[in-house]
Design a protein around this ligand. Structure first.
Ligand code: AP5
Length: 224
C-alpha cells in the first residue's frame, strides 16, 4: 500500500500515519522528521532547512524531492510506504508521480484530514514531542504520563520551535496557498479521500480504516 497524508499542520497526519505504519508494517516517511533530524545533527542540509522551518516556510522543492527520492529506494519502502508531509506543492506531486512511474509503482490513496483552523491552534500549541523516540503527545487530547516524560522511552518532551501560535498561523497560510491545490490534483486522479479529522484520534483511525478497506475490497473484486 502506498499512501499520502495531506492536511493543515496539526491535522493529525503524523499521528494517523504512525498508527497505519504499525498496522501494515510499512514505513512512515515524514519529510518534517527527516529535516528535523538533519537540523539536530547540524548538517549543511539541516542548517539550510532550519532557516525556512523556523519561519514556517516550505523548504525548497529540490531539497525535499532529493530526500524522498533516496528514501523511497531504501529496502523497507519496497513493500509500501506512508508519506506524511510530502508532497506539499504541485511541483513535488508531479515529481513524485514521475519517480513512482520510474519505479513502476503508484499511489493507492491520498487521505486529506479536514480540521478547522481554530482546532489546529489548540492542538499545536499543546503538542509535545519526545526528543529521543519522536512519540507525539498532546497535553489535552493524548497526554503523556504524569511524570511528564515519554511513556515509550522515558525521554524529555519538548515543544517544537515552529509550534508557537504566530508561526502556526503562518504555516496554515502556507498550506492554503501551496498545499491545498493538491486536493484538486489528486481528486482529478480519483485518489482523494476526505476524512473528518476533528473527531477523536480513535474515531479518525477507524474512519480511515473503513475507507481503506473499501478500496482494498474493490481492488480484490476487480482483479478476480
Ligand atoms: P511537518 O513536520 O511535516 O509539519 P506539518 O505538516 O506542519 O504537520 P505537523 O507535524 O505539525 O502536524 P501533523 O498533521 O502531523 O499533526 P500531529 O499528528 O503531530 O513540517 C515541518 C516543516 O518542515 C514545514 O513547515 C516545512 O518547513 C518543512 N517541510 C516538511 N515537509 C516539507 C515538504 N514536503 N516541502 C517543503 N518543506 C517541508 O498532531 C498534532 C497534535 O494534535 C499532536 O499533539 C497530537 O497528539 C494531536 N492530535 C492528533 N490527532 C488528534 C485528534 N484526532 N484529536 C485531538 N488531538 C489530536
Amino acid at each position: 500500500m502506498e499512501l499520502i497524508f495531506i492536511g493543515y499542520p496539526g491535522s493529525g497526519k503524523g499521528t494517523q500515519a504512525a498508527i497505519l505504519s504499525e498496522k501494515y508494517d510499512i514505513p512512515k516517511i515524514s519529510t518534517g522528521d527527516i529535516l528535523r533530524e538533519a537540523v539536530s545533527r547540524r548538517t549543511p542540509l539541516g542548517l539550510e532547512a532550519k532557516k525556512y522551518m523556523d519561519k514556517g516556510e516550505l523548504v525548497p522543492d529540490e531539497v525535499v524531492i532529493g530526500l524522498i527520492e533516496d528514501r523511497l529506494q531504501q529496502e523497507d519502502a519496497q513493500k509500501g510506504f506512508i508519506l506524511d508531509g510530502f508532497p506539499r506543492t504541485i511541483a513535488q506531486a508531479q515529481e513524485l508521480d514521475r519517480l513512482l512511474h520510474k519505479f513502476k509503482r503508484s499511489i493507492s490513496a491520498v487521505i486529506s484530514l479536514e480540521v478547522s483552523k481554530k482546532r489546529i491552534i489548540d492542538r499545536l500549541t499543546k503538542r509535545r514531542v519526545c526528543v529521543q523516540c519522536g512519540r507525539v503527545y498532546n497535553l489535552i487530547y493524548d497526554p503523556p504520563p504524569e511524570d511528564g516524560r515519554c511513556g515509550v522511552c522515558g525521554g524529555d518532551l519538548i515543544q517544537r520551535s515552529d509550534d508557537r501560535e504566530e508561526t502556526v498561523r503562518h504555516r496554515m497560510e502556507v498550506y492554503e496557498e501551496q498545499t491545498r491545490p493538491l486536493k484538486e490534483y489528486y481528486g482529478a486522479q480519483g485518489k482523494l479521500i476526505l476524512i473528518d479529522g476533528s473527531l477523536s484520534i480513535e474515531k479518525v483511525r477507524d474512519e480511515i480504516q473503513r475507507k481503506l478497506n473499501e478500496i482494498m475490497n474493490s481492488d480484490d473484486s476487480s482483479s478476480q
